[in-house]
Design a protein around this ligand. Structure first.
Ligand code: NAD
Length: 290
């Protein structure tokens, strides 16, 4: 029997619908949640991501402002654009689309964002709150999307063996901490580029999360039968059979869905849920701001 496939798009829409009540409540108080996105340069993938975020804002009734800066913008000017949004009371959420051009210190830019408006959840203050188990911060959207998918699947996480492949500051590391936190109570292994015997580690995982960025790196033979597999990876590969000549695949081999108990697809899994969590963070920031 194949795995149950989580429909991240449908789940994301359900979450967005749940936000509409809260948005109505705010609008009765003459507050419209407002997300400002800064995009630097003309990286096509970044433009697609930003457009998807703008569309989600339209769907749920969040105002959005997009600030386009040239790829040769200097760090000082980028930071002053952030500071201007920090002091704009009508803006509740600020996001600076990555990647930023070479020569710009991404951490310095993130640190310039007022933490209460940091809807990406990448500011050290918000990441630090996760470590402290303090739920008052804004949680990064992809880790939050994964936790929401696990909650939705009704899986008991307590005592389960979770393996997170990837230790990035925006996905793998915060997600590992959330999984190990009181309440989630999983026993977490963080695997990364220097990990040895990765396949054996994966085979022990009741919950396997791949956040690497390498097409189908996790082989079906690594999957523990009946386990839960969350594929965060988004990789574009060549495919001559498509009119576009490319298609998206995850970090997990397609055949894993024959072995796992629950699995997320790519596309249509963690991606749309990540955008829903961004909407959720923006509404939360607006509620807290008023
Ligand atoms: P990253 O490049 O910052 O981190 C990749 C991690 O993978 C690193 O920690 C590295 O140690 C680990 N790694 C690299 N090679 C490895 C190997 N051979 N074995 C084990 N670990 C290895 O990437 P990221 O920003 O965390 O993103 C990871 C993937 O998730 C990418 O495909 C990205 O596009 C995708 N992503 C998806 C969403 C979404 O909304 N679905 C959001 C963010 C990132």
């Amino acid at each position: 029997m194949g795995a149950a496939i989580i429909d991240g798009k449908a789940l994301g829409i359900e979450i967005e619908k749940g936000l509409s009540e809260r948005i109505r409540f705010l609008s009765e108080r003459e507050v419209t949640p407002h997300l400002a996105v800064i995009i630097v340069g003309d990286d096509p993938a970044s433009h697609v991501y930003v457009r998807n975020k703008e569309r989600a804002c339209e769907r749920v009734g969040i105002a959005s402002t997009r600030i386009d800066l040239a790829s040769d913008v200097n760090q000082e000017d980028l930071i002053s654009a952030v500071q201007k949004l920090n002091s704009d009371e009508s803006v509740h959420g600020i996001l600076v689309q990555s990647p930023l051009p070479n020569g710009i210190d991404e951490i310095a830019v993130i640190e310039a964002i007022e933490p209460t408006k940091d809807v990406d959840g990448f500011h050290p203050s918000n990441l630090g709150r996760i470590v402290m188990g303090d739920r008052n911060g804004l949680i990064p959207c992809t880790p939050s999307a994964v936790m929401e998918i696990l909650r939705h699947s009704g899986l008991e996480l307590g005592g389960k063996r979770a393996v997170v492949i990837g230790r990035s500051r925006i996905v793998g590391m915060p997600l590992s901490i959330l999984l190990a936190q009181k309440g989630a109570d999983s026993t977490v292994t963080i695997a990364h580029s220097k990990t040895k015997s990765l396949e054996e580690i994966c085979r022990e995982a009741d919950i396997l999360i791949a956040a690497v960025g390498r097409p189908e790196m996790v082989k079906s033979s690594w999957i523990k039968p009946g386990s839960t597999v969350i594929d965060v990876g988004i990789n574009r590969i060549n495919d001559d059979s498509r009119s576009s000549g490319t298609r998206l695949v995850g970090d997990v081999e397609d055949g894993a869905k024959e072995i796992a108990g629950i699995i997320t697809p790519v596309p249509g899994g963690v991606g749309p849920m990540t955008i829903a969590m961004l909407m959720s963070n923006t509404v939360l920031a607006a509620e807290k701001g008023h």
